[in-house]
Design a protein around this ligand. Structure first.
Ligand code: ADP
Length: 627
């Protein structure tokens, strides 16, 4: 079962805040959208309402205008004029009554009647009816006063006789004492006829907010405002609304700030009039317009039922769209930030890579320069080594020449003897020739030739020793290396009377530079002789053996041996215990270097039975051990 790590509290708080912000923004967008949609719907409703108001006012005006000419038509009738002049003429009155009755019937009005200048009814279309108002005084009626005052009258009212509501159109007729007033009363149903097809409620209210016309019959003679007792009493005394109860219309204004109009709801009000069934519970937008030339207002009610739910659904739709849009935006922003992070990481990686590359380049350059310096140093060291080797060669050669210098006395002495003998033999040979003793001469010549050979051998050995070494190791029998060294030292040994015992196996072969090794051996023999100068019978023992895979040549003398000081500094250059001019202190140092260069070594020690022993180790020429 997998488990998820709980998010840290800081992240949780941030997520909660973001969700709240998301919900808040979505709700705000929905709220804003609702208002915009509602305003738009209200605008549309208002446009629609204004169109309806245009239509209904025009229809109403047209209906009224249809009857406006009737008073004028009455004036054209000569009997009407005559009746005004002779109001008590019964025949004339009958005639006019019939005329007015016929006129009313043909025009479809409620009634048509003629008043004299005092407001008394002279003739009327309803002259035959029991409730005919012929002879009544109607001077108190506002439409009468309007006609007398302004030349015409337009008045909504309820008849005082029959209590029948209608629209009164009045026109003065005649002049002076013969002046009269023609009155046409049009039934409201005729005026309301044009609104019959209206889908929504429409009504006309007068200056007292009393609904005079309405396509909802129950609303007629209700009031928009709730009247107090004083107002009610005043209106009652005016007889304008006759005995109508003037109950308030059962509506409630919800909002009166809708662009100059009001939202209303039809409700049950205590004492109010029941609304018609179709409009009982709806909300409406009430649009009003004052009718031209009157204080009356026409009002249409447009149902909000279609506009508000639409605004609500638009608000929901907008809220959902905004929520989705915000989610999309959040996703895009997250993706963008993720991409930015990726880019930054890539750039950082690239920078690190570049930095590393630079470092590598720097290090490579440093290494190259170090390598170049090293190569230069190696070359310099090689050069130094070559120089050192050359110097060492020179030193070895110098050491050799020093040895030769030491040998020169003995060599000269060795050569002087045969030279003297040669001279003597040559003198003797002359005398033998003078005596013609040729056999003696021949014998002398033979001896002279032998002496020359001997001298040649001595100089040859010296020359061989003196020549510069080729530094080329060769496999040679050790005895062959030893023999020329002993031969060179022979004159000196003879002079010292030294005894040399050489015990070197004939088959012992070493790998070495003969000339150099001879130089070492001559040094060792010379030092041995020097150590035994005071002895009457010096003795040198030379041995050769194979040990630990190397050839070991030992030179032992019977001198005083090596002092402690000599043992400590034996192979140091310029260490000597000899007098000035007799030793340079380079012999053992150079000999040790030659031994090491040959792949061996040189060691010095005291023999347990006295005297010094020097052992020169050299590589064997043959790998097979000696038997
Ligand atoms: P040099 O012979 O010119 O003094 P070496 O290097 O050959 O230089 O010898 C150094 C010293 O070692 C000598 O001066 C001597 O004191 C000591 N030495 C060498 N060989 C012997 C020997 N066989 N017996 C005693 N001392 C020796």
């Amino acid at each position: 079962m997998g488990c998820t790590m709980p998010a840290p509290p800081k992240n949780r708080l941030r997520t909660s805040l973001l969700i709240l912000l998301w919900l808040g923004l979505s709700a705000l967008a929905g709220w804003g959208s609702y208002h915009v949609a509602r305003d738009y719907a209200l605008d549309s409703l208002q446009v629609d309402g204004n169109h309806r108001l245009d239509l209904y006012t025009a229809s109403l005006q047209r209906e009224i205008d249809k009857y406006a000419f009737l008073p004028g038509v009455m004036a054209l009738q000569p009997q009407v004029q005559s009746l005004l002049q002779v109001p008590d003429d019964a025949g004339l009155t009958l005639y006019v009554n019939r005329y007015l009755e016929a006129l009313s019937q043909s025009a479809g009005t409620l009634s048509v009647y003629l008043l004299d200048h005092s407001g008394r009814v002279l003739a009327a279309s309803n002259w035959q009816r029991a409730d005919s108002f012929v002879g009544e005084d109607l001077s108190f009626r506002p439409y009468v006063q309007q006609a007398l005052r302004q030349g015409y009258g337009r008045y909504f009212g309820i008849g005082t006789t029959r209590g029948e509501p209608g629209y009164y159109l009045t026109t003065p007729l005649g002049q002076g004492e013969q002046r009269g007033i023609a009155v046409v009363k049009v039934g409201l149903s005729l005026l309301e006829h044009s609104w019959a097809a209206a889908e929504s409620p429409v009504f006309v209210s007068d200056e007292n907010t009393v609904l005079m016309l309405s396509n909802v019959p129950q609303w007629r003679f209700t009031t928009l405002d709730v009247l107090d007792d004083a107002q009610r009493a005043r209106l009652k005394s005016s007889l304008k609304y006759n005995q109508q109860a003037l109950q308030p219309l059962n509506w409630k204004i919800l909002d009166s700030s809708l662009q100059g109009n009001s939202a209303v709801q039809l409700v049950e009000l205590p004492g109010g009039v029941d609304a018609s069934p179709g409009y009982s519970s709806g909300q409406f937008l009430a649009l009003s317009r004052t009718l031209a030339g009157s204080p009356w207002k026409m009002t249409v009610l447009l149902p909000l039922a279609s506009a508000l739910p639409l605004a609500q659904s638009r608000a929901w739709l907008t809220a959902v769209m905004v929520a989705l849009g915000l989610m999309l935006l959040a996703l895009l922003l997250q993706r963008r930030s993720h991409l930015r992070e990726q880019l930054a990481a890539r750039q950082a990686l690239q920078q690190a890579h570049d930095a590393l590359e630079r470092q590598v380049q720097q290090r490579t350059a440093q290494l190259q320069s170090a390598n170049t310096a090293l190569q230069q140093e190696v070359a310099e060291r090689m050069q130094a080594e070559v120089t050192l080797r050359a110097a060492q060669d020179e030193l070895v050669q110098a050491g050799k020449l020093a040895v030769i210098g030491k040998l020169s006395t003995e060599v000269a002495h060795e050569l002087n003897q045969p030279l003297a003998a040669l001279r003597a033999l040559a003198g003797n040979s002359q005398r033998f020739l003078e005596r013609s003793q040729t056999d003696m001469v021949q014998s002398n010549l033979q001896r002279m030739a032998d002496l020359s050979d001997r001298m040649g051998r001595i100089t040859g050995q010296l020359r061989n020793f003196a020549r510069r070494s080729l530094d080329m190791p060769q496999a040679v029998p050790l005895a062959d290396v030893m023999e020329p060294a002993l031969a060179l030292m022979q004159p000196r040994m003879d002079r010292c009377g030294a005894e040399v015992v050489c015990d070197i196996p004939a088959q012992l072969r070493v790998l070495c530079d003969t000339n150099r090794v001879q130089q070492v051996l001559i040094n060792l023999l010379g030092n041995a002789l020097d150590a035994m100068l005071q002895q009457s019978t010096p003795r040198i023992e030379i041995g050769g053996e194979v040990k630990d895979g190397q050839a070991h040549i030992s030179v032992r003398d019977h001198g005083p041996g090596l002092s402690e000081q000599a043992l400590a500094h034996l192979f140091q250059p310029f260490f000597t215990t000899k007098l000035k001019g007799e030793g340079l202190g380079l012999g053992l140092s150079l000999s040790s270097d030659i031994a090491k260069a040959s792949g061996g070594c040189l060691q010095g020690r005291n023999h347990p039975e006295g005297g010094a022993v020097f052992t020169l180790s050299l590589p064997l020429a043959d790998t097979q051990p000696l038997l």
